[in-house]
Write a protein that binds this ligand. Structure first.
Ligand code: HEC
Length: 243
């Protein structure tokens, strides 16, 4: 009898506590999610390949927040200006006033589209987000602000060009901190000349591949994926052409 009571208590304990600690901000439509918050694909897409109409948080959205907002003195883990920390999915959802599916209800969309300089985010002298970046964030919110990632397939290093591969990548991942008067280390990554000089002096590859002796980039963000590093290295080794 005693044993049954003890077992019963253990089971109750497990049920209560395994659920109590579960924070589940994105499970809006009941999809199963894994421990990192990503939906577990149970239907027609077992390898979770990227879909062209879907915004993927880790690939498309997080780099924009990291390079434009999660900056020292702004919304990084230390400063947390106004309690807002925009460094990772959970913090963006919990502190960024994002209302899934509803663009106008939350604060972020209004701030990034604000015309008045004294109200807009990121504030001057930092550049306004590009229209493409604003559209990506808007679409992400309208699609439910989920923490999706996808399998980008094999790594293509065959047709790497400055205009098609390198510049768009830098724009979303680095340029919030590497443009204009506030550029980190004075390095401008929004002009070909600026990129070329750090490409040819080895700093670009050194920084993104976290090689000893270089400051690891993107600062405060996760290391970029190996495919991106290979593409950048391929382009640099080809002489950093303006193609
Ligand atoms: C959150 C802001 C931020 C982001 C995002 C960022 N950088 Fe930086 N970067 C800096 C700062 C600040 C420095 C100067 C660091 C120092 O000197 O301690 C710097 C330095 C560098 C350097 C010089 C490193 C060295 O050791 O000489 C390179 C190259 C660089 N960044 C490239 C990049 C690239 C490429 C990306 C995108 C993949 C990127 N950065 C993203 C802020 C950032």
């Amino acid at each position: 009898m005693k044993i049954k009571v003890v077992l019963g208590l253990i089971v109750l304990y497990i049920i209560v506590f395994s659920n109590a600690c579960r924070f589940d901000p994105i499970d809006i439509d009941g999809d199963p999610i894994d421990t990192t918050g990503n939906p577990i694909d149970t239907t027609d897409n077992p390898v979770n390949t990227c879909h062209p109409d879907t915004v993927y948080f880790s690939r498309d959205v997080l780099p924009i927040f990291v390079s434009n907002c999660a900056i020292s003195g702004c919304h990084d883990a230390i400063t947390r200006e106004e309690g807002i920390q925009l460094t990772d999915y959970d913090n963006i959802i919990n502190t960024g006033d994002i209302k899934p599916f509803d663009l106008e209800a939350g604060d972020i969309y209004e701030k990034i589209t604000e015309d008045r300089n004294d109200k807009r985010m990121p504030p001057p002298p930092r550049a306004k987000l590009t229209n493409a970046q604003i559209a990506t964030i808007a679409k992400w919110i309208q699609q439910g602000a989920k923490n999706l990632s996808c399998n980008e397939g094999g790594c293509n290093t065959d047709n790497v060009t400055y205009s098609g591969t390198i510049a768009p990548f830098l724009q979303n991942t680095c340029n919030g901190c590497h443009t204009g008067s506030s550029a980190g280390a004075g390095i401008q990554l929004n002009t070909y000349a600026g990129v070329r000089s750090v490409a040819l002096n080895g700093r670009l590859v050194g920084a993104v591949s976290h090689t000893t002796g270089f400051v690891p980039m993107p600062q405060g963000g996760a290391k970029i994926n190996d495919c991106r590093i290979s593409q950048i290295t391929t382009w640099v080794n080809a002489g950093a052409p303006q193609n």
